[in-house]
Design a protein around this ligand. Structure first.
Ligand SMILES: [Zn+2]
Length: 191
């Protein structure tokens, strides 16, 4: 019973570490305010094949572009926004982006669709790290369940299914000594 609780504590601490680690390395969340006709760029160094999730939410319609370095330069110098990896327009956008090469990538958020100032909630995180957070949460829940079940088992009083041969009181066959007369109940038996 004790071993189970120590194991549960180790699993809980392990799971908690995964949540902290996965959460700390997924730090980016910001509010983007854009006047009509404007855009804002964010640069990320991403590694080949490492999936990153960008989440963008607003009350208004906006457009998101993802560029590599040369596409970004093109957009900035020529105003040519077409050389992008990804573009979509909406008010609730989730992009799972897996870069084809390691390098710098640019996420551009543009208010080309609304005649008013708009606010966009922008966050990103790596999918692998969110998986660690999920795994950590499952480990913590599992550990708490193990402790809860073991505490319940501890509280259960053993059934009084036997009678003490010395004083005749009702005792449990799980007990080694009679609690009333202190005589050993399991003499000669192997524990
Ligand atoms: Zn007794």
């Amino acid at each position: 019973m004790h071993g189970k609780k120590i194991l549960a504590l180790v699993v809980f601490l392990g799971g908690f570490s995964l949540i902290v680690f996965g959460g700390l390395y997924n730090p980016y969340s910001t509010m983007v305010s854009l006047p009509p006709g404007s855009y804002q760029g964010y640069s990320f160094t991403l590694h080949q094949g490492e999936a990153t999730i960008f989440r963008l939410k607003s009350h208004d319609i906006f457009t998101v572009y993802i560029y590599n370095e040369s596409g970004f330069q093109n957009a900035m110098t020529n105003g040519n926004f077409s050389l992008c990896y990804y573009t979509t327009t909406g008010d609730d956008i989730e992009i799972q982006f897996t870069p084809p090469d390691t390098g710098k990538y640019y996420v551009i958020i543009a208010n080309f669709n609304s005649a008013t100032y708009i606010d966009i909630d922008f966050s990103y995180g790596s999918q692998e790290l969110w998986a660690l957070v999920l795994l950590g949460s499952i480990m913590c829940i599992f550990a708490v369940l193990v402790v809860a079940i073991s505490v319940r088992e501890d509280k259960k009083f053993p059934p009084l299914d036997s009678i003490c041969p010395y004083c005749g009181k009702r005792v449990s066959s799980e007990w080694n000594f009679c609690p009333y007369c202190r005589e050993p109940l399991k003499r000669g038996e192997e524990k």
